[in-house]
Write a protein that binds this ligand. Structure first.
Ligand SMILES: [Zn+2]
Length: 73
């Protein structure tokens, strides 16, 4: 039995809104996590780096989701 699917306001990715999900209800788990990179003494990512990384994450999530859904049905 599934959870309601929401679209993250930050990365526009769909995610399952689990009752025990920490953070905001309109953000996916990844975007609910506190940003650790760049804020605590590390170097800040520039715009291009950040974009390519979020694209990579989106692709990865999409692949994982496809995998899960395929297994599910
Ligand atoms: Zn997100």
């Amino acid at each position: 039995m599934g959870f309601p699917i929401r679209v993250c306001v930050v990365c526009q990715e769909e995610f399952e809104l689990r009752p025990d999900k920490p953070g905001f209800a309109n953000r996916c788990p990844a975007c609910s996590e506190p940003e650790e990179t760049g804020s605590t003494g590390g170097r800040a990512m520039d715009e291009t780096e950040r974009r390519s990384e979020s694209e990579m994450n989106a692709e990865r999530r999409k692949a994982i989701r496809n995998l899960l859904y395929r297994k599910d049905s």
